[in-house]
Design a protein around this ligand. Structure first.
Ligand SMILES: [Zn+2]
Length: 165
């Protein structure tokens, strides 16, 4: 489970940072959702564990996304726009909202990933039941029992009577 959470964190972190840099609204939460989805898909486990994995991805996404973001910035791959002056309180609320949305996103991802993996029987994964081809329309009928027969049938399979040619 740890490995799938880690994979989900990395996937979610990368996507979240890319979306964030592209200024997609709630980009980090969307990335985390994808991360949770990935974690659930990597996880060959029961529903509950996939949910927990998604939740963990959401929970740990913030520091991961922050460090990826910092790495991108310090590698001069991206220069963040100048941050407008905002009060500490607003910043704190924004932070809490981001973390909350990431947790929700990750958990939702885990849920969705699990539904995809454990599709209800008969929905997606069930193989199509094999239908035998319909019997050909009878071209003649047995002289003895009346069973439908193909034109070239010499012996009736139902009663064994020889058919006139
Ligand atoms: Zn017959």
């Amino acid at each position: 489970m740890g490995l799938s959470v880690l994979a989900g964190l990395i996937i979610g972190g990368l996507i979240g940072v890319v979306l964030d840099i592209s200024e997609v609204p709630a980009g980090s939460a969307i990335g985390t959702f994808v991360g949770g989805l990935g974690a659930a898909l990597f996880l060959y486990a029961q529903r509950r564990r996939a949910l927990i994995a998604g939740f963990l991805v959401g929970l740990f996404s913030f520091p991961i996304q922050l460090s990826i973001f910092m790495a991108v910035v310090s590698g001069h791959l991206y220069t963040p726009p100048p941050v407008p002056e905002i009060s500490q309180d607003v910043l704190l609320v924004a932070l809490a909202v981001t973390v909350f949305m990431q947790i929700v996103g990750g958990t939702l991802g885990g849920l969705v990933g699990n539904i995809i993996r454990h599709a209800p029987p008969g929905a997606v994964e069930a193989p199509r039941s094999y239908l035998p081809p319909p019997p050909p329309r009878p071209e003649k009928y047995c002289i003895q029992c009346g069973a439908g027969l193909a034109k070239e049938t010499m012996i009736c399979p139902a009663c064994g009577a020889r058919q006139p040619s």
